[in-house]
Design a binder for this molecule. Structure first.
Ligand code: UD1
Length: 417
């Protein structure tokens, strides 16, 4: 099994381009099936989760080919409306296909995604919204079967929580409704805006994406388009964490500064200097970081739950205490035991984690148990004395495109073996 071997303590320097966003690519790939046409997606990262999504598209009868970071998808040849269990299991977020397939075919069948490494991940908000749009849903033997008996009805959907996946599923269904759908308390994440931008470029009529009320006027037909995926703000936060933890200065190219509005202040509180110029962000870290005190994960524009683990790795060597409060997912502290194995001093009580900064981390063998936890271990290993082996890098590869190559280009001593 592949693992990463990292010799920590080296300073990073230089400039890298931040990859395209995983969490934008997945719903946009699901959205391509609504177009019944060819779409060209630029800046689409080469990731395990993107591969899993492409496998589903191919199973459905669509064509997809990759040229570097450009993915060409032709969904005019789609023949099926079901997703088999083994493809659903590869990635929890394949539930995003539910709305898109039903909107295109009038029916869809797939297995329930179930829990995952972050704890229970219910889909009740997705299902109740689709039912509100007139879709009949049967849940039996771990399978979901959807039928839009009388087409898709426009609706007013008030979400009890601004779920990213539910907002995306509603948008993907409502673009083909026979009227106007209004979502209130919608998720405001940049990936929602990217999905709306893609769909609008295909002929959809969506307004308000990025705000809490989204209005979707149904249309009969969509066409393909060329679309460039936004930069991955979580990968940017991970690279910033790596630079801060190693007292380094690096420049990130291609980032959207406003997407990092709740992330950059944390690094500034830690004593890093951040400058922004023409789509480039430079982070210059001090010799010893200060503790950022309190980090609470919240729906966007709050601090993202996906950045909690890598930023926690950055706080391990700060001068003082940092309190993390994880408000989005139940089991999102699995990296803590492994960070402690590297010499960190972290205690967890329910949704609170207390990081008491130490002077040094020291290399050890550690195991990643989820995607962002894997990124946290890499960040910590880069700042630890000596050698660290990180196992479980299949998780890292779900969301980071050749991360070891990116870090090598910044001068890190890291290799995959
Ligand atoms: C997406 C992201 C994930 C990120 C998360 C929160 C993708 C592929 N994944 O996941 O990386 O961590 O947003 O920013 O884009 N909930 C319910 N019922 C539902 C749906 C969600 O109770 O029907 C709860 C979840 O249990 C969780 C919270 O809402 O506590 C957030 O989930 P949600 O925003 O839906 O996250 P995902 O879309 O799964």
């Amino acid at each position: 099994m592949a693992k990463l071997v990292i010799t920590g303590g080296r300073k990073l320097s230089g400039e890298v381009k931040v990859q395209g966003s995983k969490n934008s690519s997945l719903p946009i790939l699901a959205a391509t099936i609504l177009c019944e046409d060819e779409s060209v997606l630029y800046n689409c990262p080469d990731l395990k989760d993107v591969d899993a999504t492409v496998k589903i598209l191919r199973y459905l009868g669509c064509k997809a080919s990759r040229h570097d970071t450009t993915l060409v998808v032709d969904t005019s040849t789609m023949t099926r409306s079901d997703i088999p269990h083994d493809l659903m299991r590869e990635m929890r977020s394949s539930i995003i296909f539910l709305g898109a397939i039903t909107a295109r075919c009038g029916k869809a069948k797939m297995s329930l995604p179930g829990g995952c490494e972050l704890g229970p991940r219910p889909i009740d908000l997705h299902l109740s919204a689709l039912r509100q749009m007139g879709i009949e849903i049967n849940e039996q033997h771990g399978e979901l079967e959807c039928v839009a008996v009388d087409g898709i009805k426009p609706s007013k959907i008030a979400l009890s929580f601004p779920s990213v996946g539910a907002t995306e599923n509603i948008m993907l269904t409502a673009v083909k409704a026979s009227g106007t759908t209004i979502i209130t308390n919608a998720a405001k994440e940049p990936e929602i805006v990217d999905l709306a931008d893609y769909l609008n470029a295909c002929g959809a009529k969506i307004s308000g994406a990025g705000e809490s009320t989204i209005i979707i006027e149904g249309v009969d037909k969509l066409h393909g388009c060329n679309h460039s995926i936004i930069a991955d703000r979580i990968v940017a936060a991970t690279l910033m964490s790596a630079a801060a933890a190693t007292s380094s200065k690096i420049t990130l190219d291609g980032v959207v500064y406003s997407h990092l509005s709740m992330i950059t202040p944390i690094f500034e509180q830690a004593g890093c200097e951040i400058t922004q110029k023409m789509g480039k962000l430079t982070l210059d870290a001090p010799y010893r970081l200060r503790s950022p005190k309190l980090i609470r994960t919240m729906p966007y524009p709050g601090f993202p739950t996906d950045a909690q683990a890598p930023v926690m790795a950055m706080t391990c060597k700060t001068n003082g205490l940092t309190v993390f409060v994880e408000n989005i997912f139940e089991s999102r502290y699995k990296h803590v035991d492994e960070l402690n194995r590297l010499g960190a001093n972290i205690k967890v009580e329910g949704k609170v984690a207390l990081v008491d900064g130490v002077r040094h981390l020291s290399g050890a063998s550690v195991r990643a148990l989820d995607l962002r936890g894997a990124a946290a271990l890499v960040v910590a290993a880069l700042s630890a004395n000596g050698h660290t082996q990180v196992c479980g890098i299949k998780y890292l590869e779900r969301g980071y495109d050749e991360f070891e190559v990116v870090l090598q280009s910044l001068g890190a001593d890291i290799k995959k073996i």
